[in-house]
Design a protein around this ligand. Structure first.
Ligand code: AK5
Length: 274
């Protein structure tokens, strides 16, 4: 999929893969190469707010510079009068949150393998001064080999771009973001800590019925480990080192890769095959 001008006529449209924010995603085949990709269709009428258009432009710009096996590729985009189309890598095994729902929670081997692959993807992003800020199972897909693919950069920013208002779930956000103070790449360490907990327990750590209750738990770092399912103390140690209120004290991602729980449990190949 080289750089060129695309139109809808270049693709055979297959089954819908799902409905994301602002649009529908289809499995499609590029006619001349037979390449299978995912095509996201965004309606311009729903992108009217200049804020969203700005965000989309920024995202396409950021994505075009990222190449990593654990980050879903954005190959290109095109548009017509009514729609904007994003040409995305197709992730064969679908959505991570569905896998988690199906299994309820993951084994330590699976969780550690996933965590290490996400840490490597984020180390790569941070090296390019991109902080993701929206790491959660809903934004992660699974490729043909079982490898994770961070898929949605809808809220990613370049590191010099700080502070903004938020909407949606608070569950994965660190104290400095829910309190809307300055933040940096260490926000992604926090979100990864939340994900690690969710992989092992099936629910995020600050989950609550009320938004206000989740907010309170996050800012106090009200972290509790239920007795069931049984989780090793090395896993809990790692989670405690990531979910630290003072962002400068969170375990750096390269140290996460050296943590005993990761070293002992993660597949060296970086791929969980079950
Ligand atoms: C939209 C409006 C405003 C930003 C955006 C950008 C990059 O991935 C996006 C955006 C994605 C979305 C492949 C599967 C899917 C599935 C997706 C589509 C995922 Br299911 N099996 N294989 N994809 S679902 O939408 N990704 C993206 C790099 O909409 N940005 C501002």
């Amino acid at each position: 999929m080289e750089q060129r001008r695309w139109t809808l006529n270049d693709f055979d449209i297959g089954k819908p893969l799902g409905k994301g924010k602002f649009g529908q995603v289809y499995l499609v085949r590029e006619k001349s190469s037979n390449h299978i990709v995912a095509l996201k269709v965004l309606f311009k009428s729903q992108l009217q707010h200049s804020e969203v258009v700005h965000q989309l432009r920024r995202e396409v710009e950021i994505q075009s510079h990222l190449r990593h096996p654990n980050i879903l590729r954005l190959y290109g985009y095109f548009y017509d009068q009514k729609r904007v189309y994003l040409i995305l890598e197709y992730a064969l095994k679908g959505e991570l949150y569905k896998e988690l729902q199906k299994c309820k929670y993951f084994s330590e081997r699976r969780a550690a393998t996933y965590l290490a692959s996400l840490a490597r993807a984020l180390i790569y992003c941070h090296g390019k001064h991109v902080i993701h800020r929206d790491i959660k199972p809903e934004n992660i897909l699974i490729g043909a080999q079982g490898e994770l693919k961070i898929a949605d950069f809808g809220w990613s920013v370049h590191a010099f771009n700080r502070r903004r208002t938020m909407c949606g779930t608070l569950d994965y956000l660190p104290p400095e973001m829910v309190e809307n103070v300055e933040h940096d790449a260490s926000v992604d360490i926090w979100s990864l800590g939340v994900m690690c907990y969710e992989f092992l327990y099936g629910v995020p750590p600050f989950d609550a019925k009320e938004h206000s209750e989740t907010y309170r738990k996050i800012v106090r770092v009200d972290l509790k480990f239920p007795p069931k399912p049984i989780v090793s103390s090395t896993a809990k140690d790692l989670i405690r080192q990531m979910l630290v209120k003072d962002s400068s004290q969170r375990l750096p991602l390269h140290k996460l890769l050296e943590h005993p729980w990761i070293v002992q449990n993660a597949e060296p190949s970086g791929v969980y095959r079950g």
